[in-house]
Design a protein around this ligand. Structure first.
Ligand SMILES: Nc1nc2c(ncn2[C@@H]2O[C@H](COP(=O)(O)OP(=O)(O)OP(=O)(O)O)[C@@H](O)[C@H]2O)c(=O)[nH]1
Ligand SMILES: [Mg+2]
Length: 606
């Protein structure tokens, strides 16, 4: 049977191409909000970190009604690190809106999400967004068609409708030359092009869980699509888990999505997107079946993580001063809870009970977890992110990313040199819309770590770069690691202007005067390759005469305060980031200077 009254779509795109803004408009024009209601911009980005950073992190469901059809919509994140979110929710929908910024054109993540959608045989509609900004629409369409062909789209997929839109101004149109009035041309296209859900409502139930959520009142909630049969509130059911086991569970509450709300519903049928509460034992990829009729559905295989990092109990001299949750038991419980819902993340125990290995899809994927935990009151330390090397058919392989850098023409040389030195291979180079040059490379993930800040310096802040995981490929060889060492505090104490002043000629400082530090803490970046240990807590009276009398003239350059992500990029293999609800500190793994020297010279035999 066909459900003519339902359509299920996901909105997919590269980061910032306007997905969440488009959903805003659809909701607004569907009169989801009261006349005088104050609605935040990008209302679907409801998480704290999402609002602060202006990006979507988690995929979210909503729905609108149009011409008697309920359109279930899933907003997805566009940042490459959250690609796992897109992959897992594609099982819930029959078609996708592929948004493309009219000025930027196709970007690395456009390719990634389109590849996934085409691979799962979803029907695409192409939406060229931000038409109000100008841009060469014909060129973008050529790019899109090339991309479809390159990714092996079938005839039906390549025969897509193109809609032109300004999500910000709230209109869509089928003609690039004439702006529309509202979003109806887009909604009409959705109803025309996206296939209705099909399945037999009379047969045994199959509902696949694609997402998990928690509600403060009722607890765990599974978000699923009914693929076959019917589901009723209160019904007992057999849940087939991804590990092959089954359990008997009762559906206590059943909801459907209406606008921004979850509304309780007595029953749902083929094609509906539902939320269920009751089964405690639910995981992503599980199938809910009629009681005693287990019939599991296959779940999409999600791309593996490419990066790993150690999370460990904080053992710095300042441990326990600022956090609420400190022990390995807390850390363990929190990490294992995270991977229940964060499908592209994994956790492993290590030989030490105080240390866990966490695998993610990129630095932002891991740093968002770190930031979230820190806000929850956790205190811990993390190591430098390492890429995951795999052996494929006997060959050592590493993750390779597709990197796009857009720069004004005069900086092309600088970017090519640096990326080349980092084992990047140039794939394409062409002038872009805004008078700059767009360079496309493939480059090992490990070589990209730390490149963003270097690129910004090299291009005086004019360069823009994005990258997305592409594939595993043979190892491209070693590269030189960080060119600069760390400036390390000599002993415990409080930093003084005097101590820092002496250091700043040789280094970039990360903190100012009057800050408590411990011996072995990293307080800056040395301008040379080796580490430099300095007494940043040195008091004036202990020094020789040369500096006497110049006390007032001690001018400190303002310290460089790095974000969490910058800290993660900065640290070397023998260093850690210490994270607490109040502070982010950098430190050497081995705090004692003598021990570090012994380790160094012991191993080098110098
Ligand atoms: N000029 C213009 N700006 C737009 C349009 N649509 C979105 N924007 C702006 O683009 C920025 C990004 O919009 P979002 O809706 O957050 O983009 P997104 O695709 O949801 O981003 P992620 O979820 O992080 O991938 C915001 O500043 C929007 O105001 C448009 O049609 N025209
Ligand atoms: Mg968004």
């Amino acid at each position: 049977m066909e459900r003519k009254d339902v359509r299920n779509i996901a909105i997919i795109a590269h980061v910032d191409h306007g997905k969440t803004t488009l959903v805003d408009q659809l909701l607004k024009q569907n009169k989801i909000f009261r006349e005088n209601e104050h609605v935040e911009e990008r209302v679907m980005d409801s998480g704290d970190l999402e609002r602060e950073r202006g990006i979507t992190i988690l995929a979210k469901n909503t729905s609108v009604h149009y011409k008697g059809v309920k359109i279930n919509i899933i907003d997805t994140p566009g940042h490459a690190d959250f690609g796992g979110e897109v992959e897992r929710i594609l099982s819930m929908v029959d078609g996708v809106l592929l948004l493309i910024d009219a000025v930027e054109g196709c970007m690395p993540q456009t390719r990634y999400v389109l590849k996934k959608a085409l691979g799962l045989n979803k029907k695409p509609i192409v939406v060229i967004n931000k038409i109000d900004r100008g841009g060469d629409v014909n060129r973008v369409i050529d790019q899109v068609i090339d991309l479809f062909i390159e990714l092996g789209a079938n005839d039906d997929q390549i025969d897509f409708t193109t809609v032109y839109a300004s999500a910000k101004q709230g209109w869509a149109s089928l003609d690039p030359a004439s702006p529309g009035q509202d979003m109806t041309p887009l909604l009409d296209t959705v109803i025309k092009d996206i296939p209705c859900p099909e399945g037999e409502p009379g047969e045994g139930l199959q509902a696949i869980i694609c997402n998990l959520d928690y509600d403060d009142y009722v607890g765990k909630i599974g978000i699923a699509r009914v693929v076959r049969g019917k589901i009723n509130e209160g019904q007992p059911s057999t849940v087939c888990h991804t590990d092959g086991s089954t359990s008997t569970e009762r559906i206590l509450r059943l909801y459907q999505f209406e606008g921004l709300k979850r509304v309780e519903s007595e029953s749902a049928s083929v094609g509906d997107i539902i939320a269920v509460n009751g089964p405690e034992n639910l995981g992503i990829g599980d199938t809910i079946c009629t009681y005693n009729m287990p019939d599991p559905l296959p779940f999409v295989k999600i791309d593996e993580p490419t990066l790993s990092m150690l999370f460990m109990v904080n053992d710095s001299p300042f441990a326990g001063k600022e956090g609420k949750f400190l022990t390995s038991r807390h850390l363990r419980a929190r990490l294992f809870k995270e991977v229940q819902t964060n499908v592209s993340m994994r956790v492993e125990e290590t030989d030490s009970s105080d240390c866990f290995k966490v695998y993610g899809r990129g630095e932002l994927h891991l740093s968002v977890l770190i930031e979230t935990m820190r806000r929850e009151g956790f205190e811990f330390q993390v190591s430098r992110p390492e890429v995951i090397i795999k052996e494929i058919d006997g060959v050592k392989c590493e993750p390779i990313e597709r990197l796009v850098v857009e720069v004004p023409a005069e900086y092309v040389g600088a970017v090519m040199n640096k990326v080349g030195a980092r084992k990047g291979e140039l794939k394409e180079m062409y002038p872009d819309e805004r008078g700059g040059t767009r360079l496309e490379f493939t480059i090992p993930s490990r070589c990209l770590i730390g490149y963003r800040s270097e690129m910004l310096t090299d291009t005086r802040g004019f360069g823009v770069m994005t990258h997305t995981f592409e594939c595993y490929a043979p190892y491209r060889g070693d590269v030189r690691e960080r060119a600069r060492g760390s400036l390390v505090a000599w002993e415990d104490g409080v930093t003084t202007a005097y101590g820092l002043f002496n250091a700043q000629e040789r280094a970039t400082l990360f903190l100012g005067a009057g800050v408590p530090v411990y011996g072995g803490e990293i307080v800056g970046e040395n301008s040379r390759e080796d580490d430099l240990v300095v007494n940043v807590c040195k008091k004036k009276q202990l020094t020789n005469n040369r500096a006497a009398g110049s006390e007032d003239a001690l001018r400190l350059t303002p310290p460089v305060v790095m974000s969490l992500e910058q800290c993660l990029e900065f640290i070397g293999a023998d260093e850690l980031v210490e994270v607490t609800p109040k502070s982010i500190r950098l430190r050497k793994v081995v705090l004692s200077r003598e021990q570090r020297l012994k380790l160094k010279y012991g191993s080098k035999q110098q």
